[in-house]
Design a protein around this ligand. Structure first.
Ligand code: NAP
Length: 328
């Protein structure tokens, strides 16, 4: 396949607000090295972490300038030496890239690339990487959740939340989810939840307590722990696990709450997953794509040149309804 020499891509040359995301038309198309692929990008997921990195406030900082984006989907354009699992023309998605996903082409290492089944489109392909791998890791590697247990997905209407609801339901858990708008609640209900609650209602914690009677929930997958952790400790069962996926600041809790139930607060970092753990996630998720229960819900869509708007919106969202993606 003929590849042009230059491409449109977003570049960040200084850390700062969303306006530091600038579109260029003359970025050289990368060349894949050994064990690498060149992908013609059709869509790229926008993840909250990309806004933290862009702002310069994140622990891991890329060297400048850089192109953000790890979760692309598209078509393999060319393969480097030693690549055996993929060929030009394959439909794929990634869990990380070498040169950034907010671009018309990206270079990715073979072990971060996965085949995209025909029953999912490119926008859905861009919604898999960070959200589904994080949700799987949170449920199984960190919470050790089991079929028959109850799971509260606290913040279920966004990228990771929808993924967690679909996975937990497919693995036989009782799923409770929260969202902040009627649209979000309906979407969560359609994607695996048995019961939904509005986290913008004053008394919703009481409603969850009522719904889970005396016992409480076995596992909480928490998207905004700086707001909810203290309540979560009231909601978990004896031996329950609160899994910290999202956190945007400090919160005061009473550690005694963990003693009376011998409950645990456990952090998740997808970044720390081992090669073997990532391979396990990929195998389980691929089975879900084939069986049809893994169906990413695409929410807001922006063209590449609106990347700064996308960053503005994902942090100041009026209410999530699926995964935000950029289209090339
Ligand atoms: P997203 O698509 O923007 O979704 C954000 C979610 O948070 C929505 O469901 C939103 O619900 C919900 N939310 C808003 N206010 C809430 C509240 N008071 N209580 C509970 N939930 C609330 O983001 P995402 O991609 O799903 O990521 C979620 C969080 O996890 C982010 O903070 C992200 O940085 C983090 N994350 C961490 C890891 C890791 O490895 N630890 C990996 C991926 C993501 P409404 O909009 O309906 O109100």
């Amino acid at each position: 396949m003929a590849t042009s020499k230059f491409m449109r891509a977003i570049r960040v040359s200084e850390f700062g607000g969303p306006s530091v995301l600038k579109l260029f038309n003359d970025i050289p198309v990368p060349t894949p090295g050994p064990n690498q692929l060149l992908i013609r990008v059709h869509a790229c997921g926008v993840n909250p972490v990309e806004t933290y990195i862009r702002s310069g406030a994140y622990a891991r900082k890329p060297s400048l300038p850089y192109t953000p984006g790890s979760d692309v989907s598209g078509v393999v354009q060319a393969v480097g030496d030693n690549v055996t699992a993929f060929k030009a023309g394959d439909r794929v998605f990634t869990t990380s890239t070498e040169t950034g996903g907010y671009a018309e082409y990206t270079k990715a290492s073979e072990d971060s690339v996965h085949l995209l089944p025909d029953n999912l489109d490119y926008k859905q392909g861009a919604a898999i990487g960070i959200p589904y791998f994080t949700a799987y890791r949170a449920l199984f590697h960190r919470a050790h959740a089991k079929s028959g247990e109850s799971v509260l997905v606290h913040g279920a209407s966004g990228g990771v939340g929808v993924a967690a609801c679909q996975i937990a339901r497919a693995f036989g858990m009782k799923v409770l989810g929260t969202a902040g708008t009627p649209e979000g609640l309906a979407l969560v209900m359609k994607n695996g939840a048995h019961q939904v609650f509005n986290h913008r209602e004053k008394d919703y914690i009481d409603k969850i307590k009522e719904a889970t009677s005396e016992k409480g929930v076995d596992v909480i997958i928490e998207m905004l722990s700086n707001v909810n952790l203290s309540h979560d400790l009231q909601l978990v069962s004896y031996g329950g696990r609160v899994i910290i996926v999202g956190c945007r600041g400090p919160i005061e809790i009473n550690p005694r709450d963990t003693m009376v139930k011998e409950s645990s607060i456990i952090g998740v970092s997808l970044f720390l997953a081992t090669k073997e753990e990532k391979a396990e996630c990929a195998a389980a998720l691929f089975a879900g794509m084939e069986a049809g229960w893994l169906k990413p819900v695409v929410g807001p869509q922006h063209p590449l040149e609106k990347a700064s708007q996308a960053h503005e919106d994902i942090i100041n969202s009026p209410g999530a309804a699926g995964k935000m993606v950029l289209l090339m």
